[in-house]
Design a protein around this ligand. Structure first.
Ligand SMILES: Nc1ncnc2c1ncn2[C@@H]1O[C@H](COP(=O)(O)OP(=O)(O)O)[C@@H](O)[C@H]1O
Ligand SMILES: [Mg+2]
Length: 241
């Protein structure tokens, strides 16, 4: 068995959870390794929220409970936007297989800014309370403007990813990419980093996905073509142009 693993690089050593994004699982050895934390980053409009919801919908279809912790948009806006996709999102919300939790609203209540510690505690409480298997946090970026102690960001973001890693969940944390080409602390501690891109090339809008890092699997880091249709994101194993 041991020898087999050494010989056959494509042998799945770990079980995998499907991302729900057509074409993506194939690029990362069959899916995400469960129990780990992944970062999805990119500029606004690049497809991060869509990918996060698609990941939860895939779980819901398999009876796994998913929770979407929103720090930017309220639940109503997210649901309205995602209704453009054929995800059957409402039925999953009704059956409570997907819960959208508006943490941004909770944190801005009461006028007093919370500390990082309090936010981490609240996130942990929500996940345990819901007994979720899949978790999406969208997005980490505004947290630093919501807390009393923004100077602790580096330490606490790493702490949050480590906390999520100890829980029995597979998590996607979304961050807004403001400066590209820059590694941030979360990239180091996460098990994988996926960058969503969109840019203009010869008057055409190009959409792409890049697997910057994915532990436990071999992959290339080139830009892959993606399409966003009513079925959500689909990834192609080819260059985006
Ligand atoms: N039903 C749809 N069909 C095709 N494209 C869509 C559909 N719904 C949204 N989009 C496109 O998907 C993009 C990505 O949206 P979103 O996932 O919200 O990005 P982000 O969270 O990165 O800001 C939107 O800007 C829009 O152009
Ligand atoms: Mg978004």
């Amino acid at each position: 068995m041991e020898e087999n693993i050494m010989e056959n690089k494509s042998l799945p050593i770990y079980s995998r959870v499907s991302t729900g994004v057509k074409g993506l699982d194939n690029l990362i050895g069959g899916g995400l390794i469960p129990g780990r934390v992944y970062v999805v980053t990119g500029p606004p409009g690049s497809g991060k929220t869509t990918l996060g919801i698609q990941f939860l919908v895939e779980g819901a279809k398999n009876g796994e409970k998913g929770i979407y912790i929103s720090l930017v948009d309220d639940s109503k806006t997210i649901i309205q936007d995602m209704l453009y996709y054929r995800f059957n999102l409402l039925s999953h919300i009704r059956s409570k297989k997907i819960v959208i939790y508006d943490l941004g609203a909770v944190l801005s209540q009461g006028g007093k800014k919370p500390t990082w510690k309090e936010i981490l505690k609240e996130i942990k409480r929500i996940i345990l309370h819901e007994n979720a298997k899949r978790v999406v946090i969208d997005s980490f970026t505004p947290l630093e403007f919501m807390v009393q102690d923004p100077e602790n960001k580096r330490k606490e973001v790493v702490g949050l990813i480590k906390l999520l890693s100890t829980m029995e969940i597979t998590a996607i944390v979304i961050t807004e990419m403001i400066e590209s080409e820059k590694y941030t602390d979360d990239y180091y501690v996460a098990s994988g980093v996926v960058i969503m891109h969109h840019f203009m090339r010869q008057y055409n809008m190009i959409r792409a996905l890049q697997i910057l890092k994915m532990r436990g699997t071999s992959h290339d880091s080139n830009l892959k073509k993606i399409k966003i249709t009513e079925n959500g994101i689909e990834v192609y194993n080819e260059a985006p142009w």
